[in-house]
Design a protein around this ligand. Structure first.
Ligand SMILES: Nc1ncnc2c1ncn2[C@@H]1O[C@H](COP(=O)(O)OP(=O)(O)OP(=O)(O)O)[C@@H](O)[C@H]1O
Ligand SMILES: [Mg+2]
Length: 471
């Protein structure tokens, strides 16, 4: 069992992430953990996994057998998990640590690869996987070692529907094989939490609810306050003005055309196969597709970060005159799947100011604060924070602010709602509506169909390569 007694955790910066938390979890229990971005969920996961030690209070782990429990943790960012360069070795790593003989290891690795639907990727480099594929590998490598305590920090954020079904099946299997397994599942999806007998909700580092999920969700006021309600708010006028202040429309393109674009990372392995696409300003295109179907690659091509193997990218002005065949800085910007990869400055303030500065535009602290407010980050707390010290959802929000401050003509969002709490998802939807009104072209890559339907004018599916109109 797991016991936390009046446990407090302060990060080195002084930020209190857990505040006097007491919690007991018995062997065999399955619990869901929810809470707004920055409420302390991942910190709790790290504490229980023994990766950080409490500032005050105690953590006790006991097992009826008397030996210390084996703990498996899946990090929120699957990149933090990977140790081996080849996928197969990544899966075998936990078994090697248990000194399992080669003869026993091989069949187990093979079986696991098949169960998690990644056998065709076994010889791939772990750095060359899509987000969803990485998450499958990370899950397989955690679950293969049959842990006594399994901590899953938003394990499905990058998974498509097949991946989610696979995760459900594998969890069930694990519980059947090992009834004393403790499972702690951090999630932002109420429908996932409803599948658990117990839901613990965090707010500002404290436990604010610990009940059956139905009882928690029945209290609407409570859910609103805890950031668990999805609602599309009307943006304040000041925010709309902020978004409408763009660089002169004449400087950017009116539309973008992809003409017979093909792309391959390795020879003879087509990832993007002959795509034609016209993307106008003021239009929002949804891009869907299974894990590994090439969504992110298409996004990288659209934003000019990859060059097509064949075909071309053309830009036109308002009179439909050709502007050029390469993306110029500021025309198309992308908010990518893993936001922290875009950060490189010591404070959130500099991160937001950097882009405009390159265009000779100096943002005042007031303007920078407005961008933070727009994405739901309190400027007093975040202006001077180190971007790398933010929680996952906070990083995602900062990445939006940094991109919006550039005032682009076209903007591409790759899995924008991964890691956002329900409040953040609602805020994102209203943000895209305001950006559309302000005349931006938007492309939204997501495996979340309801999100695409709520935001997009049309949806391009990379699975069957047909344009679908939103229902
Ligand atoms: N390395 C760090 N240094 C300083 N502060 C941190 C660090 N990591 C997290 N924090 C802060 O501690 C608080 C809790 O962070 P934590 O990552 O536990 O939140 P979370 O509930 O997992 O959020 P999310 O839903 O965004 O994943 C947040 O305010 C965060 O900004
Ligand atoms: Mg987290």
């Amino acid at each position: 069992m797991i016991r936390l007694d009046h446990l407090t955790y302060d990060y080195d910066s002084g930020k209190r992430a857990l505040d006097d938390v007491s919690l007991a979890i018995s062997d065999g229990e399955r619990i869901a953990v929810m809470g707004a971005n920055g409420s302390g969920k991942s910190t709790l996961a790290r504490i229980i996994a023994g990766l950080i030690t409490p500032t005050r209070g105690a953590l006790k782990l006991n097992r009826s057998a008397g030996t210390p429990p084996k703990i498996g943790i899946l990090f929120q960012d699957p990149d933090n998990q990977m140790v081996a360069s080849v996928l197969e070795n990544e899966i075998a790593f936990a078994l090697e640590n248990q000194a399992m003989p080669m003869t026993a290891m091989e069949p187990l690795v093979l079986e696991t690869l098949t169960r998690f639907g990644i056998e065709h990727l076994r010889a791939r480099l772990t750095t060359e996987l899509s987000g969803g594929e990485k998450q499958r590998v990370a899950l397989a490598s955690v679950m293969i070692s049959s842990p006594d305590i399994l901590i899953l920090d938003e394990p499905d954020s990058f998974l498509d529907d097949n991946g989610k079904a696979m995760l459900g099946r594998e969890l069930e299997r694990l519980h059947d094989e090992q009834p004393s397994l403790i499972e702690i599942r951090i999630t932002q999806y109420p429908e996932v939490a409803r599948g658990y007998p117990r839901l613990v909700v965090f707010a500002e580092g404290r436990v604010v609810a610990d009940h059956e999920p139905t009882r928690v969700f029945a209290n609407v006021d409570f859910c609103d306050k805890a950031g668990l309600s999805y609602r599309v708010p009307e943006l304040p006028e000041s925010s709309k003005r902020l978004l409408a202040v763009r660089r002169p429309a004449s400087s950017g393109p009116r539309s973008l055309e992809m003409k017979s674009v093909t792309f391959e990372y390795l020879e003879d392995k087509l990832v993007i196969d002959d795509i034609d696409l016209i993307w106008n300003r003021g239009e929002t295109i949804g891009i869907s597709g299974e894990s590994g179907s090439g969504k992110t690659t298409l996004g990288l091509l659209l934003s000019g970060l990859l060059t097509p193997t064949r075909g071309e990218l053309l830009f036109y002005d308002a009179e439909n005159r050709l502007l050029g065949m390469t993306v110029r800085p500021g025309w198309v910007v992308g908010a990518f799947q893993q936001p922290e990869r875009q950060f490189f400055l010591p404070t959130c303030r500099e991160e937001i100011a950097f882009g405009p500065k390159n265009f000779g535009q100096k943002l005042s602290d007031d303007q920078i604060s407005s961008y933070l407010e727009l994405v739901g980050l309190n400027p007093h707390e975040f202006l001077l924070r180190d971007p790398f010290s933010l929680s996952m959802g906070e990083k995602r929000r900062l990445a939006f602010a940094a991109i919006l401050s550039l005032g682009p003509s076209f903007i591409l969002f790759d899995e924008p709602t991964c890691g956002l709490d329900p409040e953040g998802v609602g805020r994102f939807v209203s943000l895209t509506r305001a950006l559309k009104q302000a005349g931006l072209g938007q492309a939204i890559i997501s495996h979340d169909q309801p999100l695409l339907k709520a935001t997009s004018d049309r949806i391009l599916s990379l699975d069957d390569r047909k344009d679908l109109a939103p229902a």
